[in-house]
Design a protein around this ligand. Structure first.
Ligand SMILES: NC(=O)c1ccc[n+]([C@@H]2O[C@H](COP(=O)([O-])OP(=O)(O)OC[C@H]3O[C@@H](n4cnc5c(N)ncnc54)[C@H](OP(=O)(O)O)[C@@H]3O)[C@@H](O)[C@H]2O)c1
Length: 216
């Protein structure tokens, strides 16, 4: 049990989530890393403890399962964690012709990327509203700004669009509530060039190296 202010990072065991954990590791806040792979979470926690002396907890859960977000919330409540900052980072994307994707995969993707995020924002957001303080960061994607068959579509807009690094450097003020959407990847898409090169659709999605996203 910890009454210290805590930062909860979904998908904190690797990728951008772990890079965010490294940026935010401090002795003032404890970290709660969430993901499916318990061994990977434990390895990340050991690294953060050893490098930063941070209090780190891990919780293994599959957030693409219905009800998992609520279970995670209840777990942190039961253990007395004071979630001051929520980072909804766990997610994945499938780049393929929509009609060729297995319906079960579409369901899991939406459950993880959309439903769990909305539920966690609801649960923790309510507590933050009562406390009149808290921060929520939703890691999104540049995809809405990039892919369109017809005309350029507008990116997801938020009041504070930002990169993970800029967000992590914002001062934590008391009595402040923020909700932020960050693009997950960098802006360096080379879509037209790849299209001209005749690459198949699934190769048009450039995965960005997470440390590079952190630096952007
Ligand atoms: N990297 C990019 O270029 C890029 C671009 C646009 C958007 N994004 C978005 O940024 C976020 C992080 O990307 P990333 O590149 O760091 O991805 P990643 O390396 O694949 O990491 C994803 C993290 O989410 C966790 N996760 C996946 N499915 C989960 C589930 N069902 N339940 C709980 N945790 C789950 C994974 O841990 P476990 O395997 O242990 O569950 C992992 O720690 C994602 O939301 C992604 O869509 C990334």
């Amino acid at each position: 049990m910890s009454s210290t202010k805590s930062i909860l990072i979904t998908g904190g065991g690797g990728g951008i989530g772990l890079e965010m954990a490294r940026l935010l590791a401090s002795r003032e806040h404890c970290l709660i890393l969430v993901g499916r792979d318990a061994a990977r979470l434990q390895a990340a926690a050991n690294e953060l403890r050893a490098t930063h002396g941070t209090e780190v907890h891990v919780h293994s859960v599959d957030l693409s399962e219905p009800g998992a977000a609520q279970q995670l919330f209840e777990h942190t409540q039961k253990h007395g964690f004071h979630i001051d900052t929520l980072i909804n980072n766990a997610g994945f994307g499938i780049v393929d012709a929509h009609i060729e994707i297995e319906p079960s995969q579409i369901y899991r993707m939406l459950q993880l990327n959309v439903v769990a995020v909305a539920e966690l924002c609801r649960c923790y957001g309510e507590l933050m509203k009562h406390r009149r303080a808290g921060r929520i960061l939703n890691i999104a994607s540049t995809a809405p700004a990039t892919f369109s068959n017809t005309k350029p579509c507008r990116p997801v807009r938020s009041r504070f669009p930002t990169t993970p690094r800029k967000w992590a450097s914002l001062p934590m003020r008391r009595s402040q509530l923020t909700s932020t959407i960050s693009r997950g990847g960098s802006d360096s898409f080379e879509l037209p060039a790849q299209r001209q090169a005749g690459l198949p659709a699934r190769n048009l999605w450039p995965r960005t190296d997470p440390p590079r996203v952190r630096r952007s």
